[in-house]
Write a protein that binds this ligand. Structure first.
Ligand code: PGA
Length: 254
């Protein structure tokens, strides 16, 4: 049985005050969910040390929204997986569509980030998903297969034993247009089927999260789907009551 995982992705949001209030409010729901569902927040790098101080001792885990491929050196502005690990991160999101798009990150580069995260003890959360145009052209699985293949080529299929996948249709991110549970389930099951062509046991075990306008209203039905193992939540993860309701939806389906 796969344990559900609910992960917040704060993106470029937060103040010292809001981060303190949010983390403090999420500790009890994370503790209550413990054993049934995992709960994590991925924060802007500048807040990670604060999150570590606030969340240590609770069941709430934390991670970064990205990580560099290098461990140290002359790479101005980057954050290395070694640094993230030192500040207690469990997870590192890699290949979010906003980074693939705004920072022109190729699937090969994302695979290097995934590899660097894993090599330094972080669990990479690999985001995959199609644009609206690709969705309309029914190219969803072509896009996702090539995003997954880049990682399989570099790191091997067994690497997914220590990774999480997030299916995030780009047309659903921040738009309020959640994929229907049927669409999401069918893509998740196709992702699993694709991975199973390499290794059936790995495919069965890997957590596949849904992301894209996942909120308190849509989460229960999404999480009830057989191949949806939780959510990567943007906007709704910034409000403690909404994120708590999403955690409860995951627990109800655990
Ligand atoms: P959203 O973002 O929940 O605000 O749509 C999800 C994500 O981009 O991870």
């Amino acid at each position: 049985m796969r344990k559900p995982l609910v992960m917040g992705n704060w993106k470029l949001n937060g103040t010292k005050e809001s981060v303190t209030a949010l983390v403090n409010a999420l500790k009890a729901p994370a503790d209550k969910a413990a054993g049934k569902a995992e709960v994590a927040v991925c924060a802007p790098a500048v807040f990670i040390g604060m999150v570590e101080q606030l969340a240590t001792g609770s069941s709430l885990k934390w991670g970064s929204e990205d990580c560099d491929i290098h461990t140290q050196g002359a790479y101005t502005g980057e954050n290395s997986p070694v640094m993230l690990k030192e500040f207690g991160c469990t997870y590192a999101i890699v290949g979010h569509s906003e980074r693939r798009d705004y920072h022109k990150e190729s699937s090969e580069y994302v695979a290097q980030k995934y590899q660097a995260a894993q090599a330094n003890g972080l669990i990479p959360v690999l985001c995959v998903g199609e644009s609206e145009k690709e969705f309309e052209e029914k190219r969803t699985m072509d896009v996702i297969r090539s995003e997954l293949k880049a990682v399989i080529d570099l790191c091997g299929i067994q690497s997914f034993e220590k990774a999480v996948i997030a299916y995030e249709p780009i047309w659903a991110i921040g738009t309020g247009k959640t994929a229907t549970p049927e669409i999401a389930q069918s893509v998740h099951s196709e992702i699993r089927a694709y991975l199973a062509t390499f290794d059936a046991a790995v495919a069965e075990k890997v957590q596949i999260l849904y992301g894209g306008s996942c909120n308190a209203k849509t989460a229960p039905e999404l999480f009830a789907q057989k191949d949806i193992d939780g959510g990567l939540v943007g906007g709704a993860s910034l409000k403690a009551p909404d994120f708590t309701a999403i955690i409860e939806a995951a627990v109800a389906n655990a």
